[in-house]
Design a binder for this molecule. Structure first.
Ligand code: SME
Length: 155
């Protein structure tokens, strides 16, 4: 049985208070640590950054060591990077293109971080529970990404 969803409005306020510098490195480290603590049933939470053309580079994260780099034409993160659309995957085993960094992962949510029409990076969340992320979680986590973006200098 799924637990009740986190209070994303409250989490947004707490994240706003936590991000008290404009520095992307401090803020991305704090954001993924906060999400890992505050949102139940996650086994990985972190950032991939666009530092090279059409390639994602691993950034600050919480969880097991992860796959790096990820080209734009591969995986769920690559799909988010290509399309600038959030990818919400009910069952990663059903996605041929999924990159399995941890065999325990069953569902995934990847939110692109786009500023001025350009991809800065993505926030990637993994869960060991199939169907962990519903539409409420997607909207809530997209709102947390908006807080991160508003509080951070993204160059
Ligand atoms: N599963 C992702 C790769 C990143 S890890 O989940 C941390 C993907 O398919 O893009």
């Amino acid at each position: 049985m799924a637990s009740s969803p986190p209070d994303y409005t409250l989490l947004g306020q707490q994240l706003e208070a936590l991000l008290d510098s404009r520095d992307w490195l401090a803020n991305s480290a704090q954001t993924c640590a906060f999400i890992m603590e505050a949102i139940p049933e996650l086994n990985w939470a972190g950032f991939y950054l666009q530092r090279r053309d059409r390639v994602l580079t691993l950034g600050p994260f919480q969880g097991k060591p992860a796959c790096n780099p990820i080209p734009f034409d591969k995986g769920v993160c690559g799909a988010a990077a290509r399309t600038h659309q959030t990818q919400r995957i009910e069952d990663v085993h059903a996605i041929a293109d999924h990159i399995a960094c941890d065999a325990a992962s069953r569902s995934e949510l990847v939110v692109p971080i786009v500023t001025g029409g350009r991809l800065w990076g993505v926030l990637d969340l993994d869960s060991p529970r199939r169907g962990r992320f519903d539409a409420t979680d997607q909207a809530g986590i997209e709102a947390l990404v908006s807080v991160f973006m508003a509080r951070t200098d993204l160059d």
